[in-house]
Every structure is written in structure tokens, then in C-alpha cells.
Write a protein that binds this ligand. Sequence first.
Ligand code: NAP
Length: 249
Amino acid sequence: MTPFDLKNKTILVTGASSGIGRQVAISANKMGANIIATGRDEERLKETIDLLTGEDSQYIVADLLEQNDINQLVEKIPSLDGVVHCAGIVRPYPVKFISTDVLHQIFDINYEAQVLLMSQITRKKKLNKKASIVFSSSIAADHPYKGGALYAGSKAALEAFSKVIALEFSHMEIRSNCIASAMVKTPMFETAETQGTKERMDEHIKKYPLGVGYPEDVANTAIYLLSNASKWMTGQTITLDGGFLLGDF
Ligand SMILES: NC(=O)c1ccc[n+]([C@@H]2O[C@H](COP(=O)([O-])OP(=O)(O)OC[C@H]3O[C@@H](n4cnc5c(N)ncnc54)[C@H](OP(=O)(O)O)[C@@H]3O)[C@@H](O)[C@H]2O)c1
């Protein structure tokens, strides 16, 4: 047994139907965890579960924009040793195009849904002692980009929320941390590619000394944060950027 072991831990993974969330489910399961995979797309959730071993993982379909779905999800889940929040969207909105609608579009799933989910999980006492919470932030929270006011803002808000969880639940040795990734190759990456121009994206990618990231890179960091190996780490954000923020390359 290593300190990174997740044996007998039950981990809820949101956004488990795609990209980083799916990989977190697979990698955490390989380290011994039972996974509760949630997302909206049932077919893709089933695909995730089919990639796991053991009998105790399951999926629960839930639209995290619906309070009823959040309530039912929390009703159905057993006590948790960890939550990895991977549900989220990215859309570029230059400041002059921001309206109440688009503000809600981004913040409702990237921030509010995760706050309401944590509120419900803690109110219903579904976190075991020493549980670990992991949020998916982005380097954009500290290093924003043009058009990223709402996305960057939602991630900065999430980082602040994570710190409050770290404070409010430390008496149960529950920890809360964020992973702030730069560009990771997932379906979200492909969306970003079609939203900007392909050429702009190719130029951006050249600025990564170690190249862009893969879902495994984020999932391995999530394993560290979920495991006993990180038992003294809370209220922090780990940056994963392949050297992008080091500067000129
Ligand atoms: N990829 C990157 O470059 C990158 C970089 C930094 C941070 N991140 C963050 O990492 C997280 C995962 O990103 P990703 O690249 O893996 O994205 P992705 O492949 O597009 O997956 C997004 C996930 O969010 C779920 N989701 C979206 N709206 C939802 C809703 N209303 N209710 C429930 N689930 C919902 C989707 O579920 P369904 O498909 O089932 O609807 C999907 O599983 C996001 O928070 C993202 O901001 C990504």
C-alpha cells in the first residue's frame, strides 16, 4: 500500500461523462476507489462505468443546473471520501457582449452548481471524516485572457469557495483544493479550438515547453489530492501548465 492508495474510498466525480472527469474516474478506480460518476449524458456515463473495474461503481444522471437533480443525486449517494468537481463549460464573451443571460450560462454551472452541490452534500452529512474535495480551476483565474471575463471569474470564485470549505470542515480533517490547469486535450479543448481560430490556437500551443496537457496529467494530480499523500494540504491550488506560465519559450 502506498500513500497514494484509494482503496475502499468512495469518490463522487462530476463531469464524469467526458474529458478530465472521465479520466479522473478511471484513474481513481485504478488506485482502488469506487466511483460514483455523474453527468447529463447517460450513454457517455455508461461508457465511463464500462471502463472501470470492480462491482461497486455506479453512475447517476443529473443536470447540476437543476436543484431537484442535485437533491436526488445527494439522496442516492452513500457517504463519500472524496468529490472531484469536473463539470464545467467554457465560452468566450468579450466584455461588451456580456448580458445577464450569458453571465448565468457560465456562472450557473462553473460556480453556482458546485456551491449548491457542496451545500447539499454537507447538509445531508454525506462527507466522511478526512474526505478530500477537488475543484477544477484554470490558470485563467490568475492569468485571464481577452474574452475570458466570465470563465476566469467563475474559476476565481471557485478557488475562493474551496478555501472556505477548507476552513469550515477542517474540524473533520476534510480538505479542499483546486487544480488550475492550462490547456488540456479534451472535448472542451476542441470546443475552444472552434470558438477561436485554429491558427490562434496553434500559436498558443507553441508556448508550452512541455506541450499541452492530457486528462491523465490532471487525473494523477487528483489522485494525489484525494489520497492520504496530501493529508497536510488544504485550501491550495496546484497549477498544471507544462511550463506555459514560465514565460518566453
Ligand atoms: N480542458 C481544458 O483545457 C481545461 C483547462 C482548465 C480547466 N478545465 C476545467 O476542467 C473541467 C473539465 O473540463 P473538460 O475539458 O473535461 O470538459 P468536457 O470534456 O467538455 O466535459 C465537461 C463535463 O461537464 C459536464 N457538464 C456540463 N454541464 C453540465 C450540467 N449542467 N450538469 C451536469 N454536468 C454538466 C458534462 O456532462 P455531459 O456531457 O454529460 O452534459 C461533461 O461531463 C471543467 O470545469 C473545465 O473548466 C479544463
